[in-house]
Design a protein around this ligand. Sequence first.
Ligand code: NAD
Length: 497
Amino acid sequence: MVVLEEPLKEVLNLKNYINGEWVESNSDTSVDVVNPALMKTIAKVPRSNAEDLDLAVQAAKKAFPRWRRTTPLARSRYLFRLKNKLEEKFEEISRIGVMEHGKTIDESRGETRRGIENVEVATGIPSLMMGYNLEDIARGIDEYMIRTPIGVFACIAPFNFPWMVPLWFLPYAIATGNTYIVKPSSEDPLSQTQLFECLDEIGLPPGVCNMVHGGREVVSAILKHPDIKGVSFVGSTPVGRDVIYKEGAAHGKRIQAQCGAKNYFIVAPDAVVDQTIMSTMTSFFGNTGQRCLSGANLVMVGEDDEFYDRFMEQLTDTIKRIRIGYGLDESVQMGPLRDPGKKKRVVGYIEKGMEEGARLLLDGRKFEVVGDYPHDSFLGPSIFDKVTPEMTIAKEEIFGPVMSVMRVNTLEEAIKLVNDCPFGNAAMLYTSSGKLARQFQYETEAGNIGINIGIAAPMAFFPFSGMRDSFYGDIHGQGRDAVQFFTEQKVVIERWF
Ligand code: NAD
């Protein structure tokens, strides 16, 4: 067992980053950031208040006129510098991600890479931001559309991809000429601090990017602040729908709220068994199930009992071998949950599943950890079968390493399950048939569709979609959608005498 070196040696007192400076919060309360594998405090994060947020807004507002006049090409050059800086710090950022969140080093490297890809795409802003024109809309009159930045935007991030999620928005926001504020998750705000150290080192003008730590008070201040023009949120459905979307819209802001999920992973009788089972490992148990694109309900299509029994036996046998431990050990395949509270919640769902009559084929409460680590946040993978759609474990977002298996006779029935689900984030089909795949992608109402892909994560140049309770707003994050979200379309019609 070889454990990689930890990049952090002492407990850090985190600060806000406002107007190009690291500043103490006005509040004197803080929250401990705990490494969930070691159960050791690694940092203290301030519970900032509305006053801190206002300082950031004032800095961003002041920086806006000059930044807006910085040419798109010059803004893009800052992003090229950021990309280079992030590559230099790639391994350090990834290891900090493991320490603060608990994911494995490979998962964390994947997260770092996905964040950088958004910076890369946003460097193309001189082309991405172009409008269009038409001469002679009437004799001697031309008309054109130009995209202009709007002002100060903010993002509110979740705990599960604490480094990457703000990068779904920030690069596009500043590339298009807006200024920005990030409110990281207080559960794991260290890698985001690394991002801001990189932004500081590339010499971005003060006020263009700001970071304010904190919880509900800062969120509420963001939603009400008259100088914030739009908010990107990623987190749970109750917060996204009932707090962010409602209050933000009531205060006249553009809102995009990417929310919770309950994703279906459907296996057709002609699926390639070995590859399908390998994919379930990452889809259901990668990031310890704490991924909005994770598989949650596995639906086996077909009436062949023998195929079903063989598949389930091979599946259970594979999943029970997953190596659980500290993510800095490169041999480990699954880390702990983010904290003991989240473990308790997932264990509650396992108990509920048993109470409601599902059959527990693999009990994640019995597990072994590679290495001598406290077990407080660790939990093994669980598999239930004989799950029915009305059971709690089939309906609610568990956000942990639990697979619920159902059976249906036809693909149509499987598609109905997906379409009847209140969430619509992702749906995956494993099949060898192009016809079934076409039918699935055509009839399924979910934002991100995977055909023989277990995690249907859109690349940075595609929108991160999501439907129904998984997304509130109109314009999605990433790629061209991001350019639209962060710009106003101005239409000019002109005639010269
Ligand atoms: P969360 O909703 O608890 O928190 C998200 C953010 O909102 C945090 O910054 C938090 O400080 C703030 N917040 C929490 N409660 C609040 C309240 N009552 N009022 C105001 N602000 C509040 O979500 P989480 O637990 O950090 O993240 C997990 C959730 O995020 C899951 O539901 C997951 O599916 C979802 N998620 C969705 C996507 C997507 O793209 N759809 C991506 C990642 C995560």
